[in-house]
Design a protein around this ligand. Sequence first.
Ligand code: DC
Length: 228
Amino acid sequence: MRKITIAIDGFSACGKSTTAKRVATILGYSYIDSGAMYRAVTCFFLQHHVALTNPREVLQALREVRITFKVNTRGVSETYLNGLSVEAEIRSMRVSEQVSQVSTLPAVRTAMVDQQRKMGRDKAIVMDGRDIGTVVFPDAELKVFLTADLLTRAYRRQQELLAKDDLVDLNVILDNLIKRDEIDSTRAESPLRKAPGAIELDTTNLTIEEQTDEVVRFALALMLKPVG
Ligand code: DC
């Protein structure tokens, strides 16, 4: 079977990561959560009080950031920052409130995109984010753009946080999603856009299983296509 690259983009809390992770498991592909990389950088910047308005400080900090992924004993991929798991911290509201600002910085994007392209060199990868189909892998064989209505997304995010014993008011989450949508889609550098040729999938009324199935079907059709 042909090895392909699968790029999954969309707004926050559309189920991108869950879908991408499941698709990767079914196909035996690697999975990279590019949002987790921007979150890990944000974590580092917060820990070290990096001034986002100071390009030299930002560049210096980026040199000290090493992001890796490791599969834990439950088979779940965890994000590591300089050798320490930051999986819980990167999902906190504190990081969520800062990450869109950090990810508008060109130096941050350049560093992350470089690393993401290296990770995808051998194909057989599913990567989710905001600019994967437009910037990171514009030649990906399969590009998917996920959408869902705002309330559904807020409710899903609330459930996700609740599963980690973090009860957050729906209005706080709605406010955060609206702000992030605005920053993510209007920023000058790699704004969130549906890539040319991307398949749009509205997940409002789909279960995770249904949206995973849809993507797997598209992927298999491409993987089974004779080369040339
Ligand atoms: O997918 P997520 O919500 O974990 O992403 C967190 C933030 O990172 C999101 O608000 C925008 C940014 N991001 C980005 O700019 N580019 C990506 N490829 C992935 C995420």
